[in-house]
Design a protein around this ligand. Structure first.
Ligand SMILES: Cc1cc2nc3c(=O)[nH]c(=O)nc-3n(C[C@H](O)[C@H](O)[C@H](O)COP(=O)(O)OP(=O)(O)OC[C@H]3O[C@@H](n4cnc5c(N)ncnc54)[C@H](O)[C@@H]3O)c2cc1C
Length: 408
């Protein structure tokens, strides 16, 4: 392992690997990624891989679009598959107001060059025959997004970066970082690495790693359930993969997984994990499923997708998901700590990780980000937000699920 580098990236999930990739791609090849266990060991390995474009904030949509582009680019350069399924997505309107909001986003997608259509119920049924539409007001359809394999994408990014000269050190937990003689000293179990820049891509672990520097970064983990079903007769009879479905009333996203469904749920009363510290011995574990918490969402989902009720449940994953108090990631320099950069706090890190890394790498190399996006800047919470307040804010973000801000 190198002991002297330009950049040390801490954390080998989708975000750390994307950051390593973009730094090397833009010419900073003297980079070392340090991963505690194996690549994807945090939240990345159990993510559903949804990379959808829909959202009310045009600037954030740029991060989503940049992510699919990044993963496909890394696939070409590394020869490692990211397994992109371009199914497109349907965001259904459960009220007339939602439909009006969908229309209000048309201009933003046009200016970004992303295909986006507000479609009628008839089109929903043509695209996704399993969706019950009699109480819908149409949907927003983004035909060019879909899902990737998060593990495949992480490995493709790391491999492409290694080809350009970057290094990846697995099984190498970082114990502490300190700034001394104008350089960062990154202490690991395998020795000290000296770096001009450090990128914190360690998700909810970032909070603890930065506490000794006097930094109070509001990053906390909720539990998050996803349910994968056995094959469904209606899907078996189709010769194409149905689009991903999002429904604010069900508070759920559902995509096709093989010939069954994969559904992820936002609960009204989220359960937190590791608030007083992430257990040192936490590996690639999942939490015990708590299906009672999903009862209401399940009932609503069975109404929207009657075929869901016919399918047996194959797997339930309940894994940790990182949150900031406003639900957006933390990107950019940490004020007062020259050379320290944040790339943490992602709850849709597969959807936004690749684009966020491109945004951050430009900022590090050129002194300014790729475009203006103050809503993700790492300094926006200051240093004094208490745990209770942070958790209350995260709770309200989480329970909002797919509800849109009601403004046109
Ligand atoms: C059930 C479920 C489904 C999901 N589905 C989706 C989805 O469909 N689409 C989507 O966009 N998002 C989804 N997510 C969220 C997604 O998984 C995360 O946003 C994303 O994986 C975060 O990536 P990351 O790189 O920031 O963090 P992580 O993947 O957690 O990576 C952080 C890495 O840092 C390493 N690390 C920690 N401490 C140290 C240390 N001291 N030294 C060295 N390394 C360290 C860890 O081992 C880990 O590998 C889902 C989450 C859950 C729980």
């Amino acid at each position: 392992m190198k002991s002297d580098v330009q950049v040390a990236v801490i954390g080998g999930g989708i975000v750390g690997a994307s950051t390593l990739y973009w730094l090397t791609k833009l010419g900073w090849t003297d980079c070392l990624l340090l991963e505690r266990r194996e690549l994807t060991s945090g939240s990345t390995w159990h993510a559903a891989g949804n990379t959808t474009y829909f959202g009310p904030y045009a600037e954030m949509t740029q991060l989503f679009a940049g992510s699919i582009r990044t993963y496909l680019q890394a696939e070409r350069e590394s020869g490692h598959s990211v397994d992109f399924h371009q199914t497109g997505s349907l965001r259904v309107a459960t009220t007339q107001r939602e439909r009006e909001l969908f229309h209000s986003y048309e201009k933003q997608y046009e200016s970004l060059g992303i295909p986006y259509f507000v479609v009628e119920n008839e089109t929903i049924r043509e695209l996704h025959p399993c969706i019950r539409t009699d109480d819908l007001f149409g949907a927003a359809h983004t035909p060019t997004d879909g899902h990737v394999d998060p593990t495949g994408a992480t490995h493709a990014l790391a491999k492409a970066a290694r080809k350009l000269g970057a290094q990846v050190q697995r099984q190498c937990p970082v114990e502490s970082i300190r700034f001394e003689n104008d350089l960062w000293h990154v202490e690991t179990e395998s020795g000290c690495v000296v770096a001009q820049h450090v990128v914190m891509a360690a998700s909810f672990w970032t909070r603890e790693l930065l506490q000794p520097l006097g930094l109070n970064i509001p990053l906390y983990a909720t539990q998050h359930h996803e349910v994968i079903t056995e094959s469904v007769t209606e899907l078996e009879s189709l010769d194409y993969e149905v689009p991903a479905l999002r429904d604010s009333y069900v508070s759920c996203s559902v995509r096709q997984e093989k010939r069954g469904f994969l559904a992820g749920f936002y609960e009204t009363d989220p359960v937190f994990w590791g608030v007083d510290g992430i257990p040192r011995n936490f590996t690639e574990e999942l939490f015990p499923p708590e299906m009672d918490r999903l009862t209401v969402a399940f009932e609503r989902l069975m109404h929207r997708l009657p075929a869901f009720s016919e399918a047996g449940i194959r797997t339930v994953n309940n894994g940790p998901m990182c949150w900031t108090p406003d639900g957006l990631p933390l990107l950019g320099p940490v004020p007062g700590h020259r050379g320290l950069w944040m790339a943490s706090g992602f709850n849709v890190g597969i959807g936004t990780g690749g684009g966020s890394a491109e945004f951050l790498a430009h900022w590090m190399i050129n002194g300014k980000p790729l475009f203006d996006l103050p809503i993700v800047h790492a300094d926006r919470f200051g240093n004094n937000i208490g745990t209770h307040d942070a958790i209350e804010s995260i709770k309200s973000c989480y329970r909002r699920g797919y509800q849109l801000p009601d403004r046109i």
